[in-house]
Design a protein around this ligand. Structure first.
Ligand code: GLA
Length: 417
């Protein structure tokens, strides 16, 4: 290997030679031929030295990182941004630091045509007013905690009530209404955005200062990966998720009843009239909750089933099989037959909330003027089971000081012919 000092010395000698050649060329034809050959060889060498770094190491060029643009202001006047992640296929995921919400997710259909697959708003005002958690990061505790309280080490913690007697999605001001810090990460296997939020000790009634980091990555394989991490300085409970509403035919394009769904679960957690789990893990075989084989979401949604009535459709936690292949397990697969789009949900989490947008009422005006009537989207929220802090038989959601909460969920997109 030639070291760079001797390379540049050789380079300087070459340049000197060239000047000599230029003078000598004027001196006579006899020596012209000889000098011309020297000139040609030296020029070639010079070109090779100059161009080699360009051609030999194309991978050294850093991949482009995500970009940022303005998304409006909070009611308090704080500027809010929209971060746009793209990949080589033209797919796009954009995220705002208000509530850490996923704002757009554009993926191709079987003909390569892109559509935005999630419900949401064109600017931050929509997210400030939103009560449906469109695309939001949900915390400190995703889904419900019964009677807005739980006991840890003999101490009762009373939480903010925002859903009848219960706490839903973290309380009155959940993580979905917080302004997160944002940092575009250097592109590595995709474009990434890191969001941060510190939830104060006592916020909405939860104990401990909780430091949360969420990393969104859009890969060139059309996957959106979300990694959640958290640490605490006091024993607490944590359950983080994302509340994207999907319509694989495109947001605002109608209902999702024809989407074919498979869920890798043999049991679900039935609920009471407040949508709080009863504690039972119920076998779903032969019930309208049996999605072990691809089944249209709408095929049984209006059946006279007690649990479907309580939810106004599907609004239930499924107990995942958790094979943990590739670190994460396949949790669910959805196929939209007209576009051919397929979405797989992979996760490290033990549960998934399948919600069919039963509370959507069509009054909300969303992106590009779209309206969102009932069942025009579905959610697959990876999670620990609802009300786990009060259910000793459910997997634990306790986080101790010195431990790190870490979960990963990946939405993988592809097409079927
Ligand atoms: C979750 C809940 C639903 C509903 C939505 C938000 O999916 O399970 O009952 O509250 O969030 O509208």
């Amino acid at each position: 290997m030639i070291d760079s000092a001797s390379q540049s010395a050789a380079h300087q000698v070459d340049l000197l030679d060239l000047r000599v050649v230029a003078i000598e060329v004027a001196l006579g034809w006899g020596i012209r031929m000889k000098r011309w050959m020297t000139f040609t060889i030296l020029t070639g060498a010079l070109l090779m030295t100059t161009l080699a770094p360009l051609g030999a190491t194309p991978d050294a060029t850093p991949a482009p990182a995500a970009t940022k643009k303005t998304f409006g202001k909070t009611p308090g006047g704080q500027p809010v941004d929209l971060y746009v992640l793209t990949n080589k296929n033209g797919a796009e995921a954009s995220i705002t630091n208000f509530g850490g919400a996923l704002v757009t997710l554009k993926m191709p259909d079987r003909n390569g045509k892109l559509a935005d697959l999630i419900l949401g708003f064109d600017n931050v005002d929509g997210y400030v007013a939103d009560k449906s958690y469109f695309g939001a990061l949900v915390g400190r505790y995703g889904n419900r905690i019964g009677h807005a309280q739980f006991v840890l080490d003999g101490k009762t913690y009373t939480l903010a009530k925002n859903n009848g007697e219960n706490t839903l999605h973290g309380g009155i001001k959940g993580f979905n209404k917080a302004l997160w810090t944002a940092k575009i990460l250097p592109a590595k296997g995709g474009q990434s955005l890191e969001l941060g939020y510190v939830s104060k000790d006592g916020e909405e009634g939860f104990p401990g200062n909780l430091k949360v980091t969420v990393i969104y990555t859009l890969t060139d394989a059309n996957a959106l990966k979300i990694e959640y991490s958290a640490t605490t300085d006091k024993k607490t409970v944590v359950n983080l998720t994302n509340h994207a509403y999907f319509n694989l035919a495109g947001q605002g394009s109608g209902d999702i009843l024809g989407h074919l769904l498979t869920i890798q679960a043999d049991q679900f957690t039935p609920v009471d009239s407040g949508l709080i789990p009863t504690g039972e893990l119920r076998d779903l075989m032969g019930t309208p909750f049996d999605f072990r084989k691809p089944t249209a979401i709408g095929a049984r949604i209006d059946q006279a089933d007690e649990q479907l009535k309580l939810g106004g459709g599907y609004d239930h936690n499924f107990v995942l099989r958790m094979t943990m292949d590739h670190g994460e397990s396949l949790a669910a697969r959805v196929v939209e037959p007209t576009s051919g789009r397929v979405m797989e949900v992979w996760t490290t989490e033990p549960g998934i909330q399948f919600y069919t947008g039963n509370f959507l009422d069509g009054k909300t005006v969303g992106k590009g003027g779209a309206t969102y009537p009932k069942r025009n989207a579905f959610c697959l929220e990876t999670q620990h089971f609802p009300d786990s802090p009060n259910q000793s038989k459910f997997p634990s959601v306790v986080l101790n000081p010195g431990e790190t909460y870490h979960t990963v969920t990946t939405y993988k997109f592809s097409v079927e012919k």
